[in-house]
Write a protein that binds this ligand. Structure first.
Ligand code: 5RP
Length: 258
């Protein structure tokens, strides 16, 4: 692996544990001002010390994150869709590699929509991004998006999407936790991280999700709503760190919620 690619990946995955706690705040690129993320700068300020990397768009990065903080970030470069539009799967690359390099991103992220009418365009976009990433030493994170069809989140569908993403050259894949998650891990040759999805009923439910995913082989989390929509967001991210980096059981991690 090229030095630059290796260096970027080492900013994202903790070099001691090999795992990651990324904070996803990219939701606005198609959802607009999501609850508790209306003012991203305010939301993330107390969470940054416990975050291995942020996942966000260039607009939020430039306007809401101090460059001098030095926090690593994964730049979402796909978009062009919205919750108000006809098809969430109709995404393309809307931020170029030059911009990712200029901003000093540690990786770029793109959603793929396997099994949709826009499957081909999103997979071709992934291939193009990987080619550019290889040229410049930039890892590509593929996100196995399901749009509004949350019921798609099963091992058969996500396993298919993760494997395709890896085959097309993604350095890592972000997907959802589901029943038989270990089968996804077994058939995906690159690190798999999980999203949290919509806010679960309790914080312990979200901790259990993270715990089970790590136990079954996930390389970490790229979680958003279950952290920053919690009234105890700092406690939540500390607890998630305990699970991911310190192998804490849910009960012990739950004590970090304050
Ligand atoms: C949107 C994304 C989000 O980053 C992802 O869904 C993670 O956030 P959450 O834990 O809130 O689901 O990729 O497409």
């Amino acid at each position: 692996m090229d030095w630059g690619m290796k260096n970027r990946l080492s900013r994202l995955f903790n070099t001691k544990t090999g795992k990651c706690v990324w904070l996803a705040i990219d939701h606005g690129y198609f959802l607009g001002p999501v609850s508790n993320l209306e003012d991203p700068a305010k939301t993330i300020k107390p969470l940054i010390p416990f975050t291995d990397a942020l996942m966000l768009t260039r607009g939020i990065l430039r306007n809401c994150v101090e460059a001098s903080l030095g926090v690593p970030f994964i730049l979402r470069v796909s978009g062009g869709n919205s919750i108000a539009g006809p098809a969430l799967s109709n995404e393309g690359i809307q931020t170029c590699m030059e911009e990712a390099l200029r901003l000093n991103a540690s990786a770029v992220a793109i959603s793929i929509y396997v099994g949709t009418e826009h499957e081909h365009q999103t997979l071709m976009a992934l291939g193009k991004l990987v080619d550019e990433g290889q040229r410049y030493g930039m890892p590509v994170l593929a996100v196995t998006a399901v749009g509004k069809e949350l019921e798609k989140r099963d091992a058969r569908y996500l396993g298919l999407s993760c494997r395709i993403a890896a085959e097309l050259g993604a350095s890592a894949v972000k997907t959802y936790y589901c029943e038989n998650f270990s089968s996804i891990i077994k058939s995906c040759p690159v690190p798999v991280v999980i999203a949290g999805g919509p806010k679960l009923e309790t914080e312990l439910d979200a901790l259990k999700l993270a715990h089970d995913a790590i136990k079954e082989g996930a390389s970490g989390v790229d979680m958003g709503r279950n952290i920053w929509q919690s009234p105890r967001a700092v406690g939540m991210i500390k607890a998630i760190r305990g699970i991911v980096h310190d192998k804490m059981p849910v009960k012990e991690a739950g004590k970090l919620l304050k």
